[in-house]
Write a protein that binds this ligand. Structure first.
Ligand code: TLP
Length: 344
């Protein structure tokens, strides 16, 4: 395969040399039997970093979210969720498929749901109506171009949840990007959620895995749900070991991804046919719309590919994501390609 500049996602990052060494040297055991010291170390570290009692290492962000929803809900219940969120749109309906609850999607201002609207949508059960038992938030917000949801908004939603004895699950797949951009420690974000999940395999560059953190009792139950879903893994310390490197050494470099994304956004925003407000780009995700009369999305992506650049079609248009394996030369290459394809 030719060497592409791969802007499709930060999930494409390859493990660092240090991660590969950590994998080779990992001390392992049977994690389903509770014997893998490397997994235990990662779970304890993740819980500590997030200020929660316990952590659970899982194969993917999707599994972490599905387990969390299963933990916090029962049948005949409903979940308030932002309408463009990853859980609602891109996780193959596990809310209904696994947890047998219904989503109640609400619109938002770039990922921030209106707290009053959230409160109005909390439903008391009756013979007709499900009980609202959970609110899901996402930060950074993938489909809103990696937007950082403001802390005041999250706190207002937390306050409402407390008043109504409702749980919050925080999809923090990119919570370290949110923290890097806002300067707010991840622990503060984690306080918003009864549970929070974050991904090791995106901008932090580990090859596999996410961690779900929360109260010990709930994480003990989550461990049983993980097993029921087929997510109990045996000598999985070989995968947890690079996760430890990700958590301890890769967070600081996320700001480089944000700087590169901002540079690319600022340059392409003025090009003919592109609809993008560069001020909306706060982290590592750029989503822009294309004027259809000028060029179609598939045609644009093909022309990019011909120039050695990969990007993705997504909600709202086209997505470019910066990450560890995108350097300044990839940004320059992309900028030239934009000019060649669109003029300007
Ligand atoms: N997002 C992926 C794709 O599914 C689109 C990506 O390339 O961005 N929450 C959020 C906010 C996510 O962006 C993702 C992955 C997940 C959860 C799920 O994580 P995985 O892919 O590990 O299941």
């Amino acid at each position: 395969m030719p060497e592409y500049s791969d802007f499709r996602s930060d999930t494409v990052t390859r493990p660092t040399e240090k991660m590969r060494k950590a994998m080779a040297e990992a001390v392992v055991g049977d994690d389903v039997l509770g014997d893998d010291p490397t997994v235990q170390k990662l779970e304890a570290l993740a819980a500590d970093v997030m200020g929660k009692e316990a952590g659970l290492y899982v194969p993917s962000g999707t599994m972490a979210n599905s387990i969390a929803i299963k933990v916090w809900t029962r049948e005949l219940e409903e979940v308030i969720i932002e309408s463009r969120s990853h859980i609602y749109n891109m996780e193959s309906t596990h809310m209904t498929f696994i947890s047998r609850v219904t989503p109640r999607p609400l619109s938002s201002n770039r990922g921030a749901m209106d707290p009053e609207e959230v409160e109005r949508n909390i439903r008391k059960p009756s013979v007709h109506i499900p009980r609202t038992s959970l609110i899901c938030v996402e930060n950074t917000h993938n489909n809103w171009s990696g937007a950082v949801v403001p802390m005041e908004n999250l706190k207002a939603i937390r306050e409402i949840a407390d008043r109504h004895s409702i749980k919050i699950h925080f999809d923090g797949a990119r919570v370290f990007n949110a923290s890097t951009a806002s300067g707010i420690p991840v622990k503060e974000y984690a306080k918003i959620g009864d549970s929070l999940m974050f991904c090791l395999s995106k901008g932090l560059s580990a090859p596999v895995g996410s961690v779900l953190v929360g109260p010990k009792e709930s994480i003990d139950y989550a461990r049983r749900v993980r097993k029921a879903l087929g997510g109990g893994m045996r000598q999985v310390g070989v995968l947890a070991a690079p996760g430890i490197v990700a958590l301890t050494e890769m967070v600081d470099r996320l700001k480089e991804d944000h700087e590169r994304a901002k540079k690319l956004a600022a340059t392409i925003a003025g090009l003919p046919g592109i609809s993008l407000n560069p001020e909306h780009i706060q982290t590592n995700i750029i989503i822009f719309a294309l004027e259809r009369s000028r060029i179609s999305i598939p045609e644009f992506l093909t022309k990019m590919k011909e120039r050695g650049i990969l990007a993705l079609a997504t909600t709202g248009g086209i997505r470019f994501v910066t990450h560890k394996d995108i350097g300044d030369e990839d940004i320059d290459k992309a900028i030239s390609a934009f000019h060649e394809i669109l003029g300007g």
